[in-house]
Design a protein around this ligand. Structure first.
Ligand SMILES: *[C@@H]1O[C@H](CO)[C@@H](O)[C@H](O)[C@H]1NC(C)=O
Ligand SMILES: *[C@@H]1O[C@H](CO)[C@@H](O)[C@H](O)[C@H]1NC(C)=O
Ligand SMILES: *[C@@H]1O[C@H](CO)[C@@H](O)[C@H](O)[C@H]1NC(C)=O
Length: 507
C-alpha cells in the first residue's frame, strides 16, 4: 500500500535530483537492495518485474507507453553511470558498446512486465550496481540490483592434462575480507592440506588423475558472514580405458594396439596433436608416428601380422601443445605348439600347448573344439587338469591320447580374464588315415586311391582265374566257392573307403 503511494514521490525525486543519484530500495522488496551472484563465464539474470497489479493498471491505460532503461553505476573506468540497454516505447532497442553482445531483455518484456536483464556470459569486470528505470504511462519504477561475480581461475591456463600439476583458485568481487575457502568435489568436501578449509583459497592438485575430473565447487566465507560459492567443471585430457592394458593376439593375426584419449582434442580447443608410438624393452627399438585427426580420440597402432618377436611393451605418447601424456600397452602373443609337426596320423598321441608371452596375472586359458560336440568329455578333462591353482595360467596343454577322425577340425584356445574373453588362437587338426599310412604327403588321398585300384585289379584277376578253373574242372573243391564269397564283401568295403577319401580331399 505504502509502496504504491511512494512511487509518484520517487519519480518526482528522480526528476529533481538527476539520474546520477542512486536510489535505494525503490523496487522489489522494501528498502532491500537485491544482490545477485554469478560466476564468471556463466549467465546472470538481474531481476526486475512490474507487479501484476501495476501491469494490469498499465494495460488498462496505454500499454504502448512503456519503456525500460538499464544503467550501470560506477564500474571500471566510469565514475558516472552509463547506459547498458534501452527499450523505447516503440520497442526499439539500444545497447551500449562494452556489453553489447552479452546483454538482453525478453522480447515480450513490455507486454509481460518482465524487464530482467540477462548477461551471458558474465565477466569479472561486470560486477557492480545496476539500475532499471521502467517508465509506464506517467509513472516510473526503479529496480536496483547488485551483481557480484565469482571467478574460478585455473593455472596454468589451457587444457588440463593427466599428471600435470594444477592450481584452482577462487575469488569474488565481495569487498569484505575472506575468512576461509572450502572445496567440494562432486558434492563431497575435499580436505586441502591438513584442514578441510584453508584461508588462502587455492586448491592444488599435484598429479591430477582422470578421477579428479568433474565438478569442483569453492565456498568462500567472508568476515561479514557472507557465503558465496561457484562451480567449475574440470575436464582432464587423459586416456580412456584401463591403465597399462594388455592386448592378446594370436600369432599370425593382425592386431591394433589401442591409444584412446578421454576426450577428442577438439573439445579442448586443441587443433594440433602429435601421436608417437615407440617400442619399449624387448626386441630392437622401433618408432612410429601416427598422424592424428583432432576430432577423433583414437590413434591405434596397427600391426598387420603379429609374430613372437612383436610381443612386449609399447608406448603411445600424445603431445598437446607443450605437454605430453603417455600410456603403455603390452602385446601378449598367444601361440599353439603341437607335439607333432604337420598332419597327424590317426591313433597317435597329440599334445597341443597353448601359451602366452605376457600375462597380467589373472588369465585363464581354455581349449574348445569348434566343430561338433563328440569330444567334449575329453576336453573337459584336459581343461580341468590344467586349471589347478587359482593363479594365472600362461600355458594350457590339450591332450588327445588317441587321435581319431572325430578330432578333425578347429581347436581354439581362448584367453579369459575377470572381464571376459580377451583373445584366442586357433589350430586346425588334420588327421591322415591309419597309422600304417604313407608318409605325410599332401596327395596322400591320391596314393590311397592308387593302392585300392591295384588291389581291386589283382582281385579281379583272381576271380577271373578261379572262374576259368571252375569252367575247366567241374566242382571238385567246394572250398574255393567259399573263397569267392568271402572276398566279395572285402571289395565292397574298399570301394566305400575310396569314396570317403575322395570326399575328404574335396573339403
Ligand atoms: C524474466 O526474463 C528472464 C530473461 O530475460 C528469464 O530468465 C526469467 O525466467 C524471466 N522471469 C519470469 C518470471 O518469466
Ligand atoms: C580475482 O581473480 C581475477 C583473476 O585472477 C582477477 O582478475 C580479479 O581482479 C580478482 N578479483 C579480486 C576481487 O581479487
Ligand atoms: C576426421 O574424422 C572425422 C570423423 O571421425 C571425419 O569426418 C573427417 O573426415 C576426418 N578428417 C581427416 C582429415 O581424416
Amino acid at each position: 500500500m505504502r509502496q504504491v503511494s511512494l512511487v509518484p514521490f520517487l519519480t518526482f525525486a528522480l526528476l529533481a535530483l538527476n539520474a546520477g543519484h542512486i536510489l535505494s530500495g525503490a523496487a522489489e522488496g522494501e528498502g532491500k537492495e537485491l544482490k545477485v551472484w554469478a560466476s564468471a563465464g556463466s549467465s546472470a539474470v538481474l531481476p526486475c518485474h512490474l507487479s501484476p497489479r501495476k501491469l494490469w493498471k498499465s494495460w488498462k491505460q496505454l500499454p504502448d507507453k512503456t519503456s525500460v532503461q538499464w544503467k550501470r553505476h560506477g564500474g571500471s573506468g566510469h565514475q558516472d553511470s552509463h547506459m547498458v540497454l534501452e527499450v523505447g516505447y516503440s520497442g526499439l532497442r539500444k545497447t551500449a558498446l562494452p556489453m553489447r553482445p552479452r546483454v538482453s531483455v525478453q522480447d515480450s518484456a513490455l507486454r509481460n512486465g518482465n524487464f530482467s536483464l540477462r548477461i551471458d556470459p558474465v565477466r569479472s569486470e561486470d560486477a557492480g550496481l545496476y539500475e532499471a528505470r521502467v517508465a509506464y504511462n506517467t509513472e516510473v519504477q526503479s529496480c536496483q540490483v547488485e551483481l557480484g561475480v565469482i571467478t574460478v581461475t585455473l593455472s596454468p591456463p589451457g587444457p588440463v592434462v593427466e599428471n600435470e600439476p594444477l592450481v584452482l583458485s577462487c575469488n569474488s568481487s565481495h569487498r569484505a575480507s575472506l575468512v576461509e575457502t572450502c572445496w567440494f568435489h562432486n558434492g563431497r568436501l575435499v580436505p586441502t592440506s591438513r584442514t578441510s578449509c584453508s584461508s588462502h583459497g587455492a586448491l592444488s592438485l599435484f598429479r591430477p588423475a582422470m578421477s579428479d575430473a568433474g565438478s569442483w565447487r569453492c565456498q568462500l566465507r567472508y568476515s561479514d558472514n557472507e557465503i558465496i560459492s561457484a562451480t567449475y567443471n574440470l575436464q582432464i585430457l587423459g586416456f580412456d580405458g584401463p591403465t597399462n592394458p594388455v592386448v592378446y593376439a594370436a600369432a599370425g593375426s593382425a592386431a591394433d594396439l589401442p591409444c584412446m584419449l578421454s576426450h577428442p582434442p577438439s573439445a579442448f580447443g586443441i587443433n594440433m596433436v602429435t601421436v608417437h608410438w615407440s617400442r619399449l624393452a624387448g626386441g630392437y627399438p622401433q618408432d612410429w608416428s601416427v598422424s592424428q585427426n583432432c576430432s577423433s580420440r583414437s590413434s591405434p597402432l596397427p600391426l598387420p601380422e603379429v609374430g613372437l618377436g612383436d610381443a612386449g611393451q609399447y608406448r603411445c605418447a600424445v603431445s598437446v601443445g607443450s605437454k605430453t601424456i603417455s600410456t603403455d600397452v603390452t602385446l601378449s602373443v598367444v601361440t599353439v605348439t603341437p607335439s607333432i609337426q604337420g598332419p597327424v596320423s590317426e591313433g597317435s598321441h597329440l599334445l597341443l600347448l597353448c601359451s602366452l608371452t605376457h600375462s597380467r596375472g589373472h588369465e585363464r586359458l581354455q581349449w574348445k573344439h569348434l566343430s561338433s560336440a563328440p569330444t567334449n568329455s575329453r576336453l573337459a578333462v584336459a581343461t580341468s587338469h590344467n586349471l589347478e591353482g587359482h593363479w594365472s595360467q600362461t600355458a594350457a596343454t590339450l591332450e588327445i591320447a588317441q587321435v581319431s577322425q572325430k578330432d578333425v577340425g578347429i581347436w581354439e584356445c581362448s584367453v579369459y580374464g575377470p572381464e571376459g574373453r580377451l583373445g584366442a588362437v586357433q589350430y586346425e587338426l588334420q588327421v591322415t588315415g591309419a597309422q600304417v599310412s604313407s608318409p605325410p604327403t599332401i596327395f596322400s588321398g591320391q596314393v590311397t586311391f592308387g593302392l585300392t585300384l591295384t588291389l581291386f585289379l589283382v582281385l579281379m584277376v583272381c576271380v577271373l582265374a578261379l572262374a576259368l578253373q571252375k569252367r575247366r574242372r567241374p566242382p571238385a573243391f567246394p572250398a574255393l566257392e567259399g573263397m569267392v564269397a568271402v572276398t566279395l564283401p572285402m571289395k565292397k568295403e574298399m570301394e566305400e573307403n575310396q569314396k570317403e577319401k575322395v570326399q575328404q580331399t574335396e573339403c
